[in-house]
Each structure stands twice: as C-alpha cells, then as structure tokens.
Design a protein around this ligand. Structure first.
Ligand SMILES: Cc1ccc(Nc2c(-c3ccc(O)cc3)nc3c(C)cccn23)cc1
Length: 109
C-alpha cells in the first residue's frame, strides 16, 4: 500500500516524538510496558489495549495504518492508558500530560 502524504506526515511526527529531544517526557511511552520489569503485575488487568510508540513505529513500517485517523487513535490510546494506570499527580502521569501537549501542538487538524 503506497505511503500517502498524510501517513508520511504521521511517520515524520512519530520520528520526532521518539527523538532524544523529548527523552525526558517520552521514555515511559517508547516501548511496551513490561509489568515484570516495572513490578506492576496488575497492568494487563487494568489496561486492556496496551500501546506504545515503538509498536506504532513497527505498525507504520508494516503499513498497518490506512490513514491519520488510525494513527491518532493509537497515540491517544497511549495517553489514555497512561492516565488510567498512573494516578493523577504521579511522575509518569505528568509526563503523559506534557507529552500529549507536545503531540497536540504538532497535530494540525
Ligand atoms: C508499580 C508501578 C506504578 C506505575 C508505573 N508506571 C510506569 C510506566 C507506565 C507507562 C505507561 C503506562 O500506560 C503505564 C505505566 N512506565 C514507567 C517507567 C518507564 C518507569 C517507572 C514507572 N513507570 C510502573 C510501575
């Protein structure tokens, strides 16, 4: 399936969001949550649809996104999962809000 200009914009945006520039606020969202490594065994009981930017980059490589809407849906899921699992005021929750703000300012609708 040819990469549309809309998906090329999404791919470039993903590259930027995963770049070192945002490391301080992006690192909890770059790879799948590992409940063993993070010592949160209840993670998959609470989060039914895990998603992260690394998985999104692979889906983009494998041409699994048909349009920007599907791409945005997955990225919004990353933030929703973060807020569902990490209590308001916690470090990771706050990183999620700051990272979402960066995404929102770049996501021109
Ligand atoms: C016991 C416990 C409590 C909170 C967390 N949160 C958390 C998450 C996380 C990211 C996205 C998400 O949807 C859920 C969790 N990522 C981390 C990291 C990288 C380090 C430390 C804590 N982290 C981990 C373990």
């Amino acid at each position: 399936r040819r990469m549309t200009p809309e998906l090329r914009f999404c791919q470039q945006l993903l590259r930027e969001l995963m770049s070192k520039k945002y490391d301080a606020i992006s690192y909890p969202f770059l790879e799948p949550v590992d409940p063993v490594a993070l010592e949160c065994p209840n993670y998959f009981n609470i989060i039914k649809h895990p998603m992260d930017l690394g998985t999104m980059a692979k889906k983009m490589e494998d041409a699994e996104y048909s349009n920007g809407e599907e791409f945005e849906k997955d990225l919004r899921l990353v933030f929703a999962n973060c807020y569902a699992f990490n209590p308001e005021g916690s470090a990771v929750n706050m990183m999620g809000h700051r990272f979402e703000a960066v995404f929102n300012e770049k996501w021109v609708k």
